[in-house]
Design a protein around this ligand. Sequence first.
Ligand SMILES: [Zn+2]
Length: 464
Amino acid sequence: MKSFLALLFLFPLAIIAQVSDEEQLKSFYDTSLLEGQSYEWLDHLSNQIGGRLSGSYNAERAVRYTESELKNMGLDRVWLQPVMVPKWTRGPKEYAYIESKPGAVNAVNICALGGSVATPDGGLKTGVIEVKGIEELEKLGREAIQGKIVFYNRPMQANLINTFEAYGGCVDQRYSGAAEAAKYGAAGVIVRSMNLRIDDLPHTGSMSYGDLPAEKRIPAAAISTQDAELLSSMLALDDSIKFYFNQKCQVFPDVQSYNVIGEITGSEFPGQIITVGGHLDSWDLGDGAHDDGAGCVQSMEVLRLFKETGYRPKRTIRVVLFMNEENGLRGGRKYAEVAKEKGEQHIFALESDAGGFTPRGFSFDCSDADFERIQSWKSLFEPYLIHYFEQGGSGADIGPLKGEGVVLAGLRPDTQRYFDHHHAANDTFEHVNRRELELGAATMASLVYLIDKYGTASLQKIKG
Ligand SMILES: [Zn+2]
């Protein structure tokens, strides 16, 4: 009875007492790990819906599903922002083989690159010329390349600790390889998959023909790393072998889709907007669990954690599920365009688009003054072993928001396994670890909370 009275006495005090930052962060982590929602959302997105290529029926279903889940959360506003997106379809499964002599063939694993044209009816069979990069084309010249398939085989560099750097060192082959080879009269291109492992899965991804006219466009496909090694070794023995591939991908006119947006309106500064997001579209080979279903559900979870822990933000916290990051970035551009039109003041934007793996910290695209301020919060993240803060990039979808006074950031999970799955058929739900996903969501909520509470250095500069 005595303790009950003491409780009654203490209760009003407890309400007035400021919750410390340490306590608030702990309650985000506790809530995420003990009663998180992100994993169930991801299960639905991955297993009930599946791959969500822009312009597809599944992308549409993902829009409807996440919109209704945001509504169920009781946010202050939920809406769809229309955006026109490209529509490209893969068609039936691609088929390819290496022919060492007439009748002697080895089937190999390929997939069309996103945006590629089809092979001619019946497929394309011709000689192959292997290169380690676009720069070799000029040295070889038109005579060597004309009518052949250019095989780009520069592997990702395995001794780079950040695998995104290794990706960045190779991805030009995939993105511009076809456009460049077409200039020398190539008939098609085959690109070694962006994968550090040697395995049988081809990895797709976006490519561009630049300003190449339609009749000059040549088909482009990725080949698994295992089969890239095979093709390379067979070419070393006999450079007259032939490669056959058949793909029936198609480009359609743009279709309407949506960014899915929800917000908690700020209690003191509703005009100051903090955005947290990921991209809702994905490639079609897997179910897009890591790229970027994880980032979407973590971003949704940030707002849910605010509500569950009873934290009322001073500024407006907005979750944005961007459409079409993979093959167009139309959603990110549209969001920034509308924000500008409306004169919205974005003070901070955070994206999670590097897989649902163990979070390590964040990368910040911001002024030195802002970075200094953010670094002073690092010790708060130390109990969770998540305190790697660096200045650098942020996220593709929030990039268009860049400008005076806005701090951009990207969640940085461990990268060692990301490219085992990236854009391949094994980017699936079972490869996402529940705890790792939840730790990421709590980490994002923690940073958003600190920015909401203390503002940014740039904001103070504007005010001062
Ligand atoms: Zn992504």
